[in-house]
Design a protein. Structure first.
Length: 185
């Protein structure tokens, strides 16, 4: 497995990138978007909303990539939660890769409403977790290789367990039908 991704990862100090397979874009929005979230017209407006007003905010985007639906959370972590993974995997499968500026991270994989694997993604999964992930299409990498590039390794793993043609990329944010949201932290 290659862990080489474009330089965009270096520009993302805190990100949670979730992908659901088996649900429509509308279904993911119905299950993910919260009461305090506000839809905005563009990525630029969503990003600017973080600095608007007295309330601490973050932004996220939802969109389609092939037969999957992604949720890109800038400085968010909602997709790393077990309850979200369970809900967004009910139609098939779900995987998220989360990291932040404090070196906290999580990789989560769920299938048919059940979390199959969740681990601190700064380090490679343990043997039992690797076994469950290789059974659904992952290619195991050496622990040292994972540690050298944990976020990239997690995103490649995400694409493998979900059967995506490619790993996540910032270009997903400019695809057709992408929706942008501001959310309270």
């Amino acid at each position: 497995m290659t862990t080489r991704l474009s330089d965009w990862i270096d520009d993302e100090p805190a990100l949670c990138l979730s992908v659901a397979v088996g649900l429509s874009h509308a279904d993911v929005c119905d299950r993910f978007v919260g009461d305090g979230d506000v839809e905005l017209a563009t990525l630029e407006r969503a990003a600017r909303s973080v600095d608007d007003g007295a309330e601490a905010r973050t932004w996220f985007a939802t969109g389609e990539v092939g037969d999957a639906v992604f949720v890109w959370e800038d400085n968010g972590w909602r997709g790393s939660r077990r309850d979200i993974a369970e809900v967004l995997s009910t139609g098939g499968a779900f995987a998220s890769m989360y990291w932040n500026v404090n070196a906290l991270s999580a990789f989560t994989y769920a299938r048919a409403g059940c979390v199959v694997a969740q681990f601190e993604a700064l380090w490679a999964p343990d043997d039992a977790t690797w076994t469950s992930l290789t059974e659904v299409g992952a290619t195991r990498v050496a622990d040292d290789d994972w540690f050298a590039a944990p976020w990239a390794s997690g995103l490649v793993l995400q694409s493998q367990v979900l059967g995506l043609e490619t790993h996540a990329d910032r270009s997903w944010l400019s695809g057709p039908g992408v929706r942008f949201w501001a959310a309270p932290i």
